[in-house]
Design a protein around this ligand. Sequence first.
Ligand SMILES: Cc1ncc(COP(=O)(O)O)c(C=O)c1O
Length: 406
Amino acid sequence: MDFKPANKIQDLQYFGEFGGVNPSVSDSSTYTFLSAKKMFDTFEGNADGCYLYSRHSSPSNLYLGEALAAMEGTEAANVTASGMGAITAVLLQLCGAGEHIVSSRTIYGGTYAFLKNFIPRFDIKTSFVDITNLDAVEHAITKKTKVIFCESVSNPLLEVANIKALSEIAKRYNLKLIVDNTFSPLSISPAKLGADIVIHSLTKFINGTSDTVAGVVCGTQEFINDLRNVHDGACMLLGSTMDSFRSASVLKNLRTLHIRMQQHSHNALYLAQKFEALGLKTVYPGLKSHASHKLFKSMMNEKYGFGGMLTIDVGSLEKANAVMEMMQKQNLGYLAVSLGFYKTLFSAPGTSTSSEISLEEQKQMGLSNGLIRFSIGLDADIERTYKMMLACLEELNVLEPQLVSI
Ligand SMILES: Cc1ncc(COP(=O)(O)O)c(C=O)c1O
């Protein structure tokens, strides 16, 4: 693929209100109209360049949306107050009572809980499938199905979705393919592979400073307009609107995303290779042993690597907790959920970010108790980090022979 997402961000040019290289932050919830007729036209969606109310759109939010649409290669984007604000708005925009969703079963726990526990209140049902099994995806489609939902790289099992193949299925059945690309910004460009809608939790790598929650929906101009429609748009009416100050700060962080992703990926690959060599059960899409290594390679924008997320399995929850506590004590990172920070973050997904998924279902999808999910940081000296991590693993006897994979 010759799509260059970071160039698209770099090429955007800003002339702020007073000539500033950063556009001014628009600090208004409401906007004046010079005529009543213009106000009416704006509410009807017929007055380009006019703002009506900041829940609908604001100059700052449009700037960030424009940059993210450029990054994903879509016509437009709408930023939201959180990743969940983007996901829930999109699903409720596309699906109504009696309709059906086919979703990957390994997705972020909050998305899973929304699909499993919340959206059935509106008589919208979901079939959860192994997204790597294309036959299973196709078999799950019914006459009522409206969308296929997946993560390009899944949370927390790091399964990789075959976006091209899924998009072919979606097109054949006239469905929308929605891809949550939170784990692989820049590395994978889902819209270029056929996804109709790309979502991010900006909270993670894209913002990268763990100081806010935020989200985005990237898609066609028509779909983004639908989301913002004052009469029936889910973003407009559910009200998950990003604050203008936040959009301005996320936009500034976005400009270094390409440098950060290269470092996250470099460090994660280094550690994954070392962990695997120790005999630890290690999952990282950059390892040849990963079931979808070749698929990831075939889809990726190579420069940005295989991402900053990896998992190891240390055998039991007790061991996982002990390892994480010791790593935090040794200042190797934080025992915290989320991802994309400059320091490494680690958590045991079974008891945190995926705890919404029942134990039985966790077992079925292969989410084991001893799994530790790492979001690898921007460490300048990853060799030093590895040596210190190894010392923790040795001290806690994690490298016992029974854990060594054959
Ligand atoms: C893959 C993925 N999608 C969506 C979300 C939800 O994003 P937010 O916390 O910004 O609402 C998360 C959060 O962890 C996530 O990991």
